[in-house]
Design a protein around this ligand. Structure first.
Ligand code: NAD
Length: 498
């Protein structure tokens, strides 16, 4: 059995770990490897190594850092297929989708290549006679990233390119379900010339996470995962005096107005609900049919959902792969059962799907549940699988109220041909990322990504300008260089702008 090791101090490391966790191939159902689970002592070791690398890295010039970032960018691009294959084999998503994920992560690296511009401070000349004021930002120290299974390359890449470009050193604790992509990325950093200890990977579960949250040498924690864990991470790490951004789960609604192009809207709804088997924090899991749109929308969505090609992510014909683990499959099927029991109509049913040649894979087919109400478990729970719930509402304002009553506020979308309705929607919803005829409105790397309400704890979103702000702190310098022959005398009153 292959063992997936940590990456500490510029090399693979088995440290002292003895516990392991299985890594499945979701398409075949085989246990293909085991990943080490770090002990608290292993985490202490990685943090000590990162702490040791910080003094030199934080003092390295912007040019030196940028050169390494550009080399890393080239190497990730050159190894895109290798990374995508590792993602598909452990996560299950189709290869084209895995490539897309790496590409979106790469865009954050490209953003971070502009760090000299992003770190420019302000300068005010002659704020008082002979006095100038300027500001600059400094890195925090050792920062940590704790990431989910659903984007094993992109989500870590939301974090570490910016953190490292700002002069921090990084400890990544990726998901133990698909840990290989992070080790490949670590190797590429080493090849790009990143000094040892600046980027480290420790695999693990709660024990490793808690060791990070409690460690006095970790200055900041970026977390992406489910809401209960995000809330816990935020509470425990802030209690320990750390800066924290903790992104949680989602229930993303798309509302479809009667004036929308139904063919366009149903195409996009199906792709947004079933792409990556619905295991995206920006997947559309609730469609809200407004007014007379209802039955025609369900009919169009049903037909397209039935046509989705489900199979191994390695098969070029597949549009949707399996879900990540047997437990995930069981939970998804359980929530579809609950939806049906509670009065929903399962109009497309993926519960019993078998993919020929992959009988042991963790497959659930596209599923549509019509007639869902906000009280049903399939609505209140984040299903995180290929399930689209359809709700109805009388008008846009009622649909906005429905979205705002939901505890999550990650993403949402409207399909309409009315600019007025779109504007009312974008101003009215309490959600961080909004699409107008765009169902998965993931911001580009030079904007920041983050939701509202139970989808984010902390106040900084990831990457973009908020990422730079999160990984640095500001200094403001007020300086005077008195003319030696004519010094200005000191005064006892609080200085005013003389
Ligand atoms: P998860 O919360 O189970 O795990 C996330 C990370 O936390 C992993 O590294 C895991 O090892 C660790 N973890 C799990 N249980 C823990 C515990 N009890 N104590 C400490 N650490 C623990 O999430 P997941 O299943 O890997 O990912 C899916 C979730 O992530 C979904 O809820 C999805 O919406 C969310 N997500 C959110 C965003 C976003 O941007 N808001 C992006 C991607 C995924």
């Amino acid at each position: 059995m292959r063992t997936i090791e940590h990456w500490i101090g510029g090399t693979r490391s088995s440290a002292g770990s003895s516990r392991t966790s299985p890594v499945w191939n979701p398409a075949t159902g085989e246990e293909q490897a085991e990943v080490l689970l770090a002990s608290a002592a292993d985490v202490d070791h990685a943090i000590a190594v990162a702490r040791g690398a910080f003094d030199t890295w934080s003092q390295s010039s912007l040019s030196a850092r940028t050169k390494i970032l550009f080399r890393f960018q080239h190497l990730v691009e050159a190894n895109l297929d290798r990374l995508a294959e590792a993602i598909t084999d452990e996560h299950g998503k189709v290869l084209s989708d895995a490539r897309g994920e790496v590409q979106r992560g790469l865009e954050v690296v490209e953003f971070a290549c502009g760090i000299p511009q992003l770190l420019k401070g302000d300068y005010s000349d002659q704020v008082s006679t002979g006095v100038d004021v300027f500001s600059f930002r400094e890195p925090l120290g050792v920062v940590a990233g704790i990431t989910p299974f659903n984007f094993p390359a992109m989500v870590p890449m939301w974090m570490f390119p910016v953190a490292i470009a700002c002069g921090n050193t990084f400890v990544l604790k990726p998901s133990e379900r698909d840990p290989s992509a992070s080790v490949l990325l670590a190797e590429l950093w080493a090849e790009a010339g990143l000094p040892e200890g600046v980027f480290n990977v420790v695999h693990g579960d709660k024990e490793a996470v808690d060791a990070i949250l409690d460690h006095p040498d970790v200055a900041a924690v970026s977390f992406v995962g489910s809401t209960p864990i995000a809330r816990y991470i935020h509470q425990r790490a802030t209690e320990n005096g750390k800066r924290v951004q903790a992104l949680g789960g989602a229930k993303n609604h798309a509302i479809v107005l009667p004036d929308a192009d139904l063919d366009f809207a149903s195409d996009h709804l199906v792709a947004a609900a079933f792409g990556s088997a619905g295991e995206r924090c920006m997947a559309i899991s609730a469609a809200v049919a407004v007014g007379r749109t209802g039955d025609a929308l369900v009919e169009a969505v049903n037909a397209k959902a039935r046509a989705v090609v489900v199979g191994s992510g390695r098969d070029a014909a597949s549009e949707m792969g399996p879900v990540v683990t047997p437990a995930a499959r069981e939970r998804i099927v359980g929530l579809i059962d609950a939806g049906e029991r509670q009065g929903g109509r399962v109009t497309v049913d993926g519960r019993r799907l078998v993919v020929p040649g992959h009988e042991d894979g963790f497959f659930v087919g596209p599923t549509v549940i019509d007639g869902v109400t906000p009280q049903m478990d399939c609505y209140t729970e984040e299903i995180f699988g290929p399930v689209l719930s359809v709700l109805r509402s009388d008008d846009v304002d009622e649909a906005i109220a429905l979205i705002n009553a939901n505890p999550y506020g990650n993403g949402t979308a409207i399909f309409t041909s009315s600019g007025e309705a779109a504007r009312r929607f974008q101003r009215g919803v309490k959600v961080g990322m909004i699409g107008v005829n765009v169902p998965v409105p993931v911001p580009m790397a030079y904007y920041s990504f983050g939701g509202w309400k139970d989808s984010l704890f902390g106040d900084k979103h990831v990457h973009g300008p908020e990422g730079v702000s999160f990984y640095t702190r500001a200094k403001v310098v007020t300086s005077r260089w008195p003319h030696v022959e004519n010094p200005i005398g000191a005064s006892f009153h609080f200085p005013t702008n003389a």
